[in-house]
Design a protein around this ligand. Sequence first.
Ligand code: 13P
Length: 248
Amino acid sequence: MRKKLIAGNWKMNKTANETKEFFEELKKYDLNKDVNMVICPPFSSLDRAVNAAKDIGVAIGAQNMSDQESGAFTGEISANMLLDLGVEYVILGHSERREIFNEQDGYINSKVRYAIEKNLIPILCIGETLEEREADGHFDKVKSQIEKDFENISAEDAIKVIIAYEPIWAIGTGKTATAKDASEMCHFIREEIKKMYNDEVANNISILYGGSVKPANVNELMNAPDIDGALVGGASLKAEDYSKLVNF
Ligand code: 13P
């Protein structure tokens, strides 16, 4: 049985002090213990977040990571630096990294493989643009991303990856995919994983939905088949809203 996961991606929001305040407030709410909770703050807040989140059972993730061990890579953050702070998850291949920073599938694949090697749990983001969906190309796009981003990853390692299906047209736009559309794509992703690997990987891998998830729509999405959780941007920034998401 796959456990639900509610992950918050804070993007470039909140200072270290604001992060501490968030967790102080979150402590006041009763949180659903049957759900895995993850918050991914900016790098500069990770240390504060790990310490503040410990006693409420929230794990911390980074929003990106280098695929290199160490060295002359100005501005980059390594897996060892994250592990040393107590970070457990890392978002990779977010559409904002792909679109704004021109990250390609080959590079994202290299980061996913490196995260697994280092025992960080990758949250791999995939999803189509509005143009691709309108041209009926959404399944092809997602299939191609899965094939490229899972290249040279064994079945034993693939099962450790968390996939987040985030249609780009639904991110930060207030336009959520319907539970039916989100569920249909998460099912398609599971079938593709089955073809690439086997039943065991397909049945156990977690597939999240992301894109304008909020307290008002989280329940319907979480009850749809094949959706194992949510990757949430805007609505994860307020402790009260995040507690509502977790208690869907
Ligand atoms: P919103 O929830 O703000 O649409 O962002 C989704 C997202 O990009 C999470 O990674």
